[in-house]
Design a protein around this ligand. Structure first.
Ligand code: 9MG
Length: 281
């Protein structure tokens, strides 16, 4: 699949490293900041470590979607993300994804060398469909029930897999009507979902293949893993790998993670077994 100027073979799962550049993000927020300033050298070092470990995409986020996180203005988000994109695009031969719902940033990021728009609001913000169409980049459409500030208050579904799938189907249609694409889809683990909803989505992820689009998943360090293994965010790597392997087994082809090296090894093992299976022994 073509991501801007770079092609990735999605028949082998690809690992997307998370590069949160917010001072208050979920899990690793703030580590790249000092005295109220983003440390560009530290961002480059973090990106370099993830690329060396085998990430083929980096997801750059300037707005935290953690439940209850502070909102950022459009201008602040642009000021955070664009210098990072500029710094990374010439240094690393990977797809730079921009985690944003902001139409202005979608356009500016496309001009600055981004290869993917990752929108947790599935282009529902006013102007987002038109901006993504003009940006001309692939878009990952994620499902979320509610909005980040309130989404974990009382998530409710009759059949979570059917409802996530139905929502994505509508957004795919809206994108096609507006000339947006190519598309990827994401069930949005943890976004307006209880543990039981998340587990149902993971167990039945294969059903989303009916939408005939590449599936991206983000499970890394999430609360659902903490609820299962009882460990703090930074000690959930093994749990995240187990969940990602299940997701790959059920059709996921991009894995969004904080912990790239271990995930790359897991993908290699999973893929080696797949090839052996296909060889028929
Ligand atoms: C930005 N972000 C945080 N969690 C995510 C997830 O699960 N999927 C995608 N696509 N983006 C996410």
């Amino acid at each position: 699949m073509l991501f801007g100027s770079r092609t990735l073979d999605l028949s082998v799962p690809q690992v997307m490293g998370i590069l949160n550049i917010t001072p208050d993000s979920f899990s690793d927020g703030g580590e790249l900041w000092s005295d109220g300033q983003l440390r560009l050298e530290a961002v480059i070092d973090r990106a370099s470590a993830m690329v060396s470990a085998g990430a083929t995409l980096l997801d750059i986020g300037g707005e935290s979607t953690r439940p209850g996180a502070a909102t950022v203005s459009s201008q602040q988000e642009l000021q955070r993300v664009l210098p990072v994109l500029e710094a990374l695009k010439t240094r690393f031969d990977v797809v730079l994804s921009v985690d944003t719902s902001n139409p202005q940033l979608m356009l500016a990021a496309s001009a600055a060398g981004a290869g993917l728009i990752n929108d947790v609001r599935a282009l529902c913000e006013p102007g987002a469909l038109a901006a993504a169409a003009s940006a001309g980049l692939p878009v990952c459409l994620m499902h979320m029930q509610g909005m980040p500030t309130t989404m974990q208050k009382k998530p409710a579904y009759t059949d979570v897999v059917e409802e996530v799938s139905g929502f994505l189907r509508l957004r795919i249609k809206a994108c096609k009507n507006s000339g947006v694409g190519p598309l990827l889809i994401d069930p949005g683990f943890g976004f307006g979902k209880t543990l039981s909803h998340n587990l149902a989505l993971l167990a039945r992820l294969r059903e989303l293949q009916a939408l005939q689009l590449p599936i991206l998943v983000g499970l890394s360090r999430k609360r659902m893993l903490g609820d299962i293994v009882g460990r703090p965010e930074k000690a959930r790597e093994a749990a995240g790998i187990a969940a990602a392997v299940l997701a790959m087994q059920n059709g996921a082809c991009i894995i969004r993670t904080h912990d790239v090296a271990g995930m790359v090894d897991a993908v290699k093992v999973w893929h080696a077994v797949l090839l052996q299976e296909r060889a028929g022994s």
